[in-house]
Design a protein around this ligand. Structure first.
Ligand code: ACM
Ligand code: ZN
Length: 489
């Protein structure tokens, strides 16, 4: 960043010369400026193709206008996002040159829309807010034990049994909304565990085929898909043929987490499979399942992702990416096996955890406050320069077991923790410094989030007790309310 004296106001209608860029890269910018954007020759903003890193940009603001240089549309989207951020409160743009590019290509959020359903419009809001901090991947956790959320025309009992789901039309509109914001969507169909919504619709998919219901609460359930039956794989092939075609991005997440082997040990089909294949433990059934699913996904033209439980599977293809969620050690083991990893250990990245002891949320991965998220160092998972190339990025996760009002509470859970995560993903490690981040966050950025209409969690006030007097201090503009009788303030 190179700042100079002076500033320039954005015109009422911002004209843009597109150069060789596709017009879609203006869509989010136009939406954020309430449509006051027009394509023109000699525009106030000039876009130019330049030899800059993927997603990177050079933004030059002068008294006479703005030049954006980028190699691709995403770079232009991020440059224009910076323009809207700097003017969020209606202020003039500083005269400035900014050269920037992300450190990691994958900067994501996993969003659980099974445990609580976010409407398509709510998902779009999540996407717009994420892209304002330059996150670029929505890992869309669409199905789990509590609900199947994808309209499926060839296997309609899936969505009919759950009842609340996205139509394919809605899914396409979410994908398009994300695309013009420079965001990839990775759908997840988690298998073989967390599949009660599939089994409730099609009971023959489980080992014993008995009728069952959707789960009402979170947890790990023993009734999962049966890899011992050919019908299971025939079903999955049919399912993935339809669902993979719906999602244009080439990555597809197949889950693989938290799959108890309890039923497999008792199931005649699974036992016959073990015997036929010479398997020594049910863990080998799991590996067999993972490899068969990887093959099916490849046939549908997809590259696979799995949770880290799958990373020990021998024979995974080199392009398969692992989501390392247990801890940093799981990420280290993944790169040691030669597989790319997304670093997302729960104790840094799970933003369904409480932010302080009095907060709502889970605690099983302990308190995850903004400072904790910021302390994540993805590079720390390996000391090897070669293996560090396998560290593809970072991801937060917003699981929704406790999100009873997704429209309201999602923002409180997500910000400012996602601001911290975005910086971990974007900035080079050597320039990251918590104190500097905190000053920028509380000095200007929270006010900008507010001006952009993004709700957030405030840091708890500092409480002091001195000679019988309790005093509390918080950020400028914050209002402190309290009661002395345990009632809600
Ligand atoms: C997970 O949290 N079970 C991926
Ligand atoms: Zn079985």
């Amino acid at each position: 960043v190179h700042m100079q004296e002076g500033s320039v106001k954005l015109p009422e209608t911002v004209t843009v010369s597109l150069g060789d860029f596709a017009p879609w890269c203006l869509e989010a910018f136009a939406a954020r400026l309430d449509g006051h954007v027009e394509i023109a020759e000699n525009g106030f903003i000039t876009l130019k193709k330049a030899d800059i890193a993927k997603e990177g940009y050079k933004l030059t603001v002068t008294k006479d206008g703005i030049t954006v240089e980028a190699a691709d549309e995403s770079g232009a989207v991020w440059a224009l996002t910076t323009v809207t951020e700097l003017t969020a409160e209606g202020e003039a743009l500083p005269i400035v040159t900014i050269e920037d590019a992300p450190h990691y290509g994958h900067r994501g959020l996993s969003l659980d829309c099974s445990r609580h359903f976010f409407t398509a419009d709510e998902v779009k809001k999540v996407i717009d807010q994420m892209t304002r901090v330059k996150l670029n991947v929505l890992h869309w956790h669409l199905v789990d034990d509590q609900g199947w959320r994808i309209e499926c025309k060839t296997l309609p009992l899936l969505h009919e049994t759950t009842g609340t789901y996205y139509t394919q039309e809605e899914i396409r509109s979410v994908i398009e909304y994300a695309r013009v914001r420079g965001m990839e969507i990775i759908p997840e169909i988690d298998m073989p565990g967390h599949t009660r919504s599939m089994i409730a619709a099609y009971p023959h998919l489980s080992c014993f085929g008995e009728k069952t219901e959707l789960c009402q609460f979170g947890g790990i359930f023993e009734k999962i898909l049966c890899p011992g039956k050919d019908e299971t794989f025939e079903f999955i092939e049919k399912l993935l043929t339809e669902v993979c075609a719906l999602f244009p991005d080439d990555r597809f997440h197949i889950g693989g987490d938290e799959a108890p082997k309890t039923e497999w040990k008792k199931c005649p089909h699974c036992q016959a499979l073990m015997k036929k294949q010479g398997m020594k433990s049910p863990q080998e059934i799991f590996s067999y399942f993972v490899l068969r699913l990887e093959k099916i996904a490849h046939e549908e033209g997809k590259r696979c992702m799995f949770w880290d439980e799958a990373s020990a599977t021998n024979g995974l293809s080199a392009g398969t990416v692992i989501s390392g969620w247990h801890d940093l050690k799981a990420c280290t083991e993944t790169v040691d096996r030669g597989l790319p990893v997304i670093v997302m250990p729960a104790s840094y990245c799970y933003i369904d955890m409480k932010q302080n002891a009095f907060d709502r949320g889970h605690t099983w991965a302990w308190l995850v406050d903004t400072r904790r998220v910021y302390a994540l160092d993805p590079a720390s998972v390996t000391a090897s320069a070669e293996k560090s190339k396998l560290v593809r990025g970072v991801e937060g996760a917003l699981w929704a077991e406790l999100l009873d009002h997704p429209d309201r509470i999602a923002e409180y859970q997500a910000y400012p923790r996602l601001c911290a995560l975005a910086e971990v993903g974007w900035s080079r490690p050597e320039v990251r410094d918590w104190n500097d981040f905190y000053v920028r966050l509380t000095g200007t950025h929270l006010a900008r989030l507010d001006a952009m209409g993004i709700g957030f969690h405030l840091f708890a006030p500092e409480i002091k007790y001195d000679h019988g007097v309790i005093s509390a201090a918080s950020l400028p503009h914050a209002t402190i309310r309290y009661t002395a009788d345990d009632t809600d303030p």
